[in-house]
Each structure stands twice: as C-alpha cells, then as structure tokens.
Design a protein. Structure first.
Length: 247
C-alpha cells in the first residue's frame, strides 16, 4: 500500500515537472517569436523610411526643388490622385509660432529656443502685441466682457445674454485644445521650393483673406489679418475665426 502511495506521489511530481518544463520552453519560444517580430517590424519601418526618403528625393528632382533637407517634406495626394510634396504641418506650425514669438522672421537654429515661450495649455492664447486691438474689437462685437490673464489667455466674463461670438468662444475654451491668435499682416513659413523660412505677406496678396491657419494635433495658430485697408468687417473676422475653431 505504501509503495502504491509513493508511486502515485512520484507520478504527480513527474507530471508537474513535465508541465513546468513545457511552460518554460513555451515562454522562451514566445519571447523569441516576439523578439523576431519586433526585429522584423523595425526592419520593415527602416525599409519604408528609406523608400519614402528616396521617393521624396525623386519628387524634389522632378519638381526642381533645391532644398537639401528631405526631412521637412511629406508626400501628399491631390484630389486627382497626383502625388505632390509639401512641408510637414508640424514644421510649418513650429516656424509660424516661432515667428509670432519673435515678432519677426525666425532662423531654424533658434526655433526650439523660441518655442519654449509658446503657449502649451488649453484655451485661447493672444500674442502680447495683439491683445489691445483684439480685446477692443471683442468689446465692440460681443455681449460678454473679456480680459487676458497673466499668461496671455483669454478670460470670458459672462454678464448678460451671449451672442454668437460669445457662444463660439465658450465652445472653443471648452474644447480643451490650445488656440493661439496673432494679429498681423504677415506669417512666416517654409518655402516648398527652397526649404528656407520666408515672410508670407498674406494680407498684401489678398486683402480679403481673414487669417492664415497653422495646425498640429490639439493646437492651432491663427494669424489674423490686420485689415489695414478696411476690406473686411471685423465682426465677420471674429465670427469666422471662432466658428472655425469649433468646426
């Protein structure tokens, strides 16, 4: 009886050992498969990057672009299926924002330093030199009172029945995104042909253009026309800007 008991215990132990060994080898094989998969994925990404870079180089040559920096471009498809090169939106946003912070044309070498002063919280941030004219026009065409806090963000102070501008401002603030506003007749962007930072006098080119818009994920920069030639009604400018923030 005792021998049978010992044999049963021995069999159970052997079974557990076999299961443990199988589990260990299975885990090792799974880890090896995952490592191989990661290697394959990394290799595939690297190959795609090389192919994409070569595609951009070919497109640059076809279009006669003379920029030496391939990393600023992306390939986009037009509505008719044609592939074109354009500057990456993140690059254009950074350059435009750096221009707003500097209040002039930035150099590539100083962009990262300038962007340390850029707004990074949700809300509507107004560039320092634009605050007076912007608040003055808000006072004319909105029903609520407005101010700018110490960080430059627009503060809405309800005091009556809101009009459409007030309602859209509240929606934009509640969106939990970062919106920046600069009132200027020019914006700064990267020229697609040369790859250089250029001043873009959008108001001079089109006096009826309301704003230039630069966007990245969860952040937008509106460079609003100064309306120097009074071609636009400022109420319509405000309507369009704040409507666009919520569309």
């Amino acid at each position: 009886m005792k021998k049978r008991y010992i044999m049963a215990i021995t069999c159970i132990i052997i079974v557990f050992l076999v299961i443990a060994i199988v589990a260990i080898f299975s885990k090792k094989n799974k880890k090896a498969d995952n490592e191989n998969q990661n290697i394959n994925n990394t290799t595939e990404v690297q190959e795609n990057d090389i192919l994409s870079e070569q595609k951009i180089e070919d497109k640059k040559e076809d279009l006669g672009y003379n920029s030496k920096d391939t990393t600023i471009y992306e390939v986009k498809k037009e509505y008719d299926g044609r592939e074109v090169l354009s500057i990456k939106p993140t690059i254009q946003y950074k350059v435009a924002m750096a221009g707003v912070i500097k209040n002039g044309k930035p150099e590539f070498s100083e962009i990262d330093i300038l962007l340390k002063q850029a707004p990074n919280k949700s809300g509507i941030w107004i560039e320092k030199n634009s605050r007076k004219v912007f608040l003055d026009n808000l006072k004319k065409y909105s029903n609520y009172a407005y101010s700018v806090d110490e960080e430059g963000y627009l503060v809405q102070e309800p005091n009556g029945n809101p009009n459409k501008i007030d309602e859209n401002i509240k929606k934009a603030i509640d969106n939990k995104k970062n919106y920046s506003i600069s009132v200027n007749s020019v914006a700064y962007l990267v020229d697609e042909v040369t790859g250089k930072i250029e001043e873009y006098p959008f108001e001079e080119i089109d006096p009826e253009q309301t704003f230039e818009l630069f966007e990245i994920e969860n952040a937008s920069l509106y460079v609003i026309t100064q309306n120097t030639n009074k071609k636009l009604n400022y109420k319509n400018i405000l309507d369009e800007v704040f409507y666009n923030m919520n569309s």
